[in-house]
Write a protein of this length. Structure first.
Lengths: 355, 355
């Protein structure tokens, strides 16, 4: 079959593209083997009610529906009451048992700069990176900045600074990304040696064993700094989210759809590094595809994000082609993604039909 | 002559010791060549009215008396009104012209750990270190901690951390002390790459040219980090206080008094690194001896500070001998200082008499 999606997609890319896929199939009179549905997961970003993957985690069974219904927004309104008020509190049980799926495909913006930077159009997403968060505390000794000799100091900020540099070098060495986003000191005075400091570490990598290795390197480095600087480090792991590997068959459908439609040179195998975490929200969850992948074959497609910006008013994925690449097709990027989604879904449907 | 101070000194060490010196001379019926005075400089620590070396700077002419009188405490009470209320607004003009001195000697606690650590009892203070303060700002680019590759980052906190380490190594290499007491970031989220950061630097050294060299090394290091990390640094010097070298004759009197009384092995030549700066007070000034040294021969004597702690409720200089050293004399440390002060003053008086 050869169906072509029309339109240009504004707004919520994934849902709009999913609806366009259904519209295209319907308009062509094509009858798939498996019934198709577009799912608009409720409150998945936790934008109003403070929980990521709110609905998809109910479907996957990793969260209880009652707990999600009881979530309150900043004004104290519960989600259940609000769903009722707007007429969206359905009666169907939305679990993987009561409302089973054969597979789940998701189109998403990359939320990062890789596709744009490399001039690629389609990301073939193999899974979601493992993530670990730490809070590292360093205890030293306060002192007078003028009167305390350099060899008699236990400078907690200096020690933290040394370890922050190791987070960077060790992450690079292991093909991971590592970030220190927060650093705090117990004192804040120009002329006081900092006696206590803490900072956060955000580590992500497709491979858990690399994260293990980085963690070990950081602890080894902390030991060296401890003995040299007379400080004490303590590590607390505040979050640990294992890597997700998507279903090989579903993934192969995305890969084939992308390569056939737009060319292998325009596709890139990659992992989702974002996991739908929001800035300033500590209790983050993975993307909904991570939830569905717990129950059914799942795959994701990425399209480029302008300047790699995400979760920011400047987040943008153009309807127009907007990067200079060696691609001679004048296709819009969001439509590229929708077309690959359509083709991948039809490929998977063929496989289901053959089984 | 051989006069011995009595008493053990609690409270404000310098003033109490100065009064004890006068009392001892008077009690012995000894008549010095030059009249002696104990000066209790008003509001010298700026504890109530926000100015260091408040009175000594009026005496030295570096500040106007009207400006000091107009200083307000936290309740808005002016210093002049308060001096009047308590009956201490004298009529004498307290300037180096109207109330000249031949010399000025000061006993002070070290406000640092050197004497205690080295088991010394008397610091022979050659001067006050030069001090420079900087605010260093680093501009990078915010980004998603998961989705931004390591080679596409401009992490302002990482860059700051690298430079903080250089403050340490460069200060040590040049025999200075260097401290980063405050670091702040524009964002504070576990999963956001820091796009902007600033930190302070406090550098002190007896030699200005070493501070010049450190500053140059920091700027060179910043340039290297800039080109490697894609960030921008800017340096602002927020304070610059030149080194003070005390009068050689006054200093030699302190040295001789210390060595004769307590032995050369118990004395240590050193610089004042503190300069009477207060925690959390940006507009700090030097110790009053730095003010008097602008006009007359001046020297300082240090006695040990317990654990090197100063400007802190735990600041303590014992009346009893309190460190384990190879000294077999059972002398109290504050009395040691007062005795050396007495002997130094008498030595200088002899020199004046001989002139």
């Amino acid at each position: 079959m050869s169906l072509t999606v029309g339109g240009r997609y504004d707004g919520i890319l994934g849902v709009t593209a999913a609806l366009e896929v259904l519209r295209t199939i319907h308009a062509a009179g094509y009858k798939p083997h498996a019934p198709l549905a577009a799912i608009d997961w409720t409150n998945e970003e936790g934008a109003r009610f403070p929980k990521m993957c709110c609905a998809s985690s109910v479907w996957s069974g990793s969260q209880k529906v009652e707990a999600q219904h009881a979530l309150e927004d900043l004004e104290g309104t519960q989600m259940k009451a609000e769903l009722e008020r707007i007429g969206f509190l359905g009666k169907e049980k939305c679990s993987y048992i009561d409302m089973p799926l054969s597979a789940h495909f998701e189109l998403h913006i990359e939320q990062g700069p890789i596709l744009e930077k490399e001039g690629k159009k389609i990301g073939v997403v193999g899974g979601v990176q493992a993530m670990r968060w730490y809070k590292v505390t360093c205890s030293g000794r306060e002192g007078h900045a003028g009167a305390t000799p350099m060899d008699n100091r236990a400078d907690a900020l200096l020690a933290a600074a040394k370890l922050i540099a190791v987070v960077n070098t060790s992450s690079i060495a292991h093909g991971a990304v590592g970030t220190v986003g927060i650093v705090k000191t117990a004192t804040e005075a120009v002329n006081t040696i900092v006696g206590g400091a803490w900072f956060t570490i955000d580590l992500r990598c497709p491979y858990e064993h690399e994260l293990d290795a980085i963690e070990q390197e950081l602890k080894d480095a902390a030991k060296k700094i401890t003995s040299a600087d007379g400080v004490m480090f303590s590590f607390e792991q505040t979050w640990d989210c294992p890597a997700v590997r998507f279903d090989k068959t579903a993934l192969s459908c995305v890969r084939a759809a992308g390569e056939e439609y737009i060319g292998k040179e325009m596709c890139r195998e990659m992992d989702s590094a974002a996991g739908h975490d929001r800035f300033h929200t500590p209790g983050i969850r993975l993307t909904y595809s991570a939830e569905t992948s717990m129950r059914v074959p799942t795959a994701m497609i990425f399209v480029p994000s302008k300047d790699g910006i995400s979760h920011n008013p400047n987040e943008y994925t153009s309807k127009e082609e907007w990067y200079k690449s060696n691609c001679d097709k004048k296709l819009t990027t969001s439509a590229d993604g929708a077309q690959v989604l359509l083709n991948a879904v039809l490929k998977y449907d063929s496989i289901l039909q053959g089984e």
